[in-house]
Design a protein. Sequence first.
Length: 359
Amino acid sequence: MPRLNTHIVRSVTGLTFLAFVAMYGGLTLYYVFVYDWLYPDAAPDAVWQPSEILVLSLILAVGLLAATAVGWRLTQTIAAPLRSVGAAARRVAGGDFSARAVSPVTAFEEGDSLVADFNAMAERLEKAESELAFSNSSIAHELRTPLTILRGRLQGLLDGTFEPSPKLYTRLIAQVDDLAAIVEELRTLALSSAGKLELTLGPVDLAREAETVLASIEADLIMAGIRIERQLRPALARADAAKIRQALLAILENCRRYAPGSTVRVETGVVEDHVVLRCRDTGPGLSPEERERAFERFWRADESRARARGGSGLGLSVVLGIARAHGGEAMILDEGPGFAIELRLPRAGSAKGPMTVPS
């Protein structure tokens, strides 16, 4: 397969030669068939002379040399960004996700766009690789603590160090529940990232689901000193009721952990073609930098907090994954003190319905 440089030079040179042949043939036809008709009184000597053929040959040679030079220059302009992208792509294929292509000063607009798009792709790959490595480490860290506790308690029961009691079994079950919750959150995030989160779609009133979740967790919120306010207006969406409850429960658990003693206000309603579910608390809130990272997996506002207080760091990531699986969005609101989050879904019957998902 010929290289791009060779192909372009041959093409430009060939076009120049064809243009010369067309000019030569046109002049010949002109003198043979048209000249005598236009100028019948002219001397009958319209034949190519050697000097004329020499001049035409020189013109052809100069034209071909010029075409070769222009073609070569054109190939450098076109091929430079392609070579840069190719070299960077080979490094990325070899595992170096920090590789970036460089656009030459003389590159054309499409070449600049190609380099910019490749660099954006490489940056996303590098970020995904970093997040994967961090996630693997964090998953091991999150699972190690409950597993260590479970093994220690079970070993103690086996050795007779601990006496079997309902209280001990309750603690063991709590550790198992923590493990199950982490596994379910990881499963939800993995399926959401792959676009394979299974949803059982149907008419869902966010107000009714919010009331159900509040009723189930209200006692825990009150024990944390949280006062609950409701403003639940009908908000009908086509969604998976269980996943919506999971998302709201994660939001309220976040309030319970990080905003004890505050007031939590839960609202539902309709905004144009969307239904919204908002949750606000009067707790310490997040800084602008922390709001930017709030949906990152395994991120906590205070990294020094113990897992028992700070949770797994997956709750808000799960909320975002569930929202996007429904064709919606979750966002942190910048509205005064405290923490405010909004879950926005397509309204039932709107033109912008939720995306099709496997069931």
